[in-house]
Ligand binder design. Structure first.
Ligand SMILES: [Zn+2]
Length: 65
């Protein structure tokens, strides 16, 4: 019984807010979206997935903006 309680505690990840620079913009030439400093990608949310067009069933959220 006690073992299960401990396992649940270990799963907690320390929240260290890593940043990647404040003045970064989307790497897409046509895009001037400023990236969040918490965004680890070099492109905005719109473009970071552009190389993976396997969006079958997952396109809806892209259109919602
Ligand atoms: Zn972009």
């Amino acid at each position: 019984m006690e073992a299960t309680m401990k396992a649940a505690r270990v799963a907690k990840v320390p929240r260290k807010s890593k940043t990647y620079g404040e003045q970064r913009y989307c790497a897409d030439e046509e895009c001037s979206t400023r990236l969040s400093m918490y965004n680890k990608y070099d492109k905005c949310n719109l473009h970071k997935g552009v190389h993976f067009p396997r969006l079958r069933g997952h396109t809806k959220h892209l259109q919602d903006a």
